[in-house]
Design a protein around this ligand. Structure first.
Ligand code: HEC
Length: 152
C-alpha cells in the first residue's frame, strides 16, 4: 500500500512540473494574420474570479484606466480611452480576445493599449522590465476567462 502511495505522489509531481513547463514563452506565441491566438498559453483553464482581480488591479491589468466595464460599477474610476467592454464576449471570439491581451498591436494597428504578454521588441526598456511581461501567462488566461463572462 505504501509503495502505491509513493508511486502516486511521484506521478503527481511529474505531472505538475510537466504542466508548468508547458507554458508558452512570449516569443513562441503563435498568432494568425489578424493577431488571434488560438492555443492556451498554459494549457490550464483560466479562473474568471482571479481574472476579475487582475483586470481591476491598478498594477496588473489596469484595464479600468482606459475601459468602462459596468460589471465593475463598484470601482470608482473607469477611463473612456478605449471601447466600453460590456458584452465584449459577444463581439469577439476567445482566440481574438487572447490575441488582444497578448499583443493588442497585432489586432489594432498603432493602438495605445499595452501588449500584456510581450517581452521584447521595445525601445529603451527600463532595466527592471527587460525580459518581463506585464502579465504572467496564467494571468492572461484568467483575464480571458473573465472577459468571456461579459455578455449582453
Ligand atoms: C492605455 C489604455 C488601455 C489599457 C490600459 C487597456 N486597453 Fe483595451 N483597448 C484600448 C483601446 C484604445 C482599444 C481600441 C482599439 C484601438 O486602439 O483601436 C482597446 C480595445 C480593447 C478590446 C476590444 C474591445 C471592443 O469592443 O472592440 C478589448 C477586449 C480590450 N481592449 C481589453 C482590455 C483589457 C482586458 C485590458 C486590461 C488587461 C485593457 N484592454 C487595457 C486601450 C486600453
Amino acid at each position: 500500500m505504501n509503495k502505491l502511495k509513493f508511486l502516486f505522489s511521484f506521478l503527481f509531481i511529474i505531472f505538475y512540473s510537466g504542466a508548468s513547463f508547458s507554458e508558452i514563452a512570449p516569443s513562441d506565441v503563435v498568432a494568425d494574420e489578424y493577431g488571434a491566438v488560438t492555443a492556451s498559453l498554459t494549457g490550464i483553464a483560466g479562473d474568471p474570479a482571479n481574472g476579475r482581480k487582475v483586470f481591476m488591479n491598478r498594477k496588473q491589468g489596469n484595464c479600468l484606466a482606459c475601459h468602462v466595464n459596468s460589471e465593475m460599477s463598484e470601482q470608482t474610476f473607469h477611463g473612456a480611452v478605449g471601447p466600453v467592454l460590456d458584452g465584449v464576449a459577444d463581439r469577439w471570439t476567445a482566440a481574438e480576445l487572447r490575441g488582444m491581451l497578448v499583443n493588442s498591436k497585432k489586432v489594432f494597428e498603432g493602438t495605445i493599449m499595452p501588449a500584456f504578454y510581450k517581452d521584447s521588441g521595445y525601445n529603451r526598456t527600463l532595466k527592471k522590465f527587460v525580459g518581463k511581461t506585464i502579465l504572467k501567462a496564467q494571468q492572461v488566461e484568467d483575464v480571458l476567462a473573465y472577459l468571456q463572462t461579459l455578455k449582453e
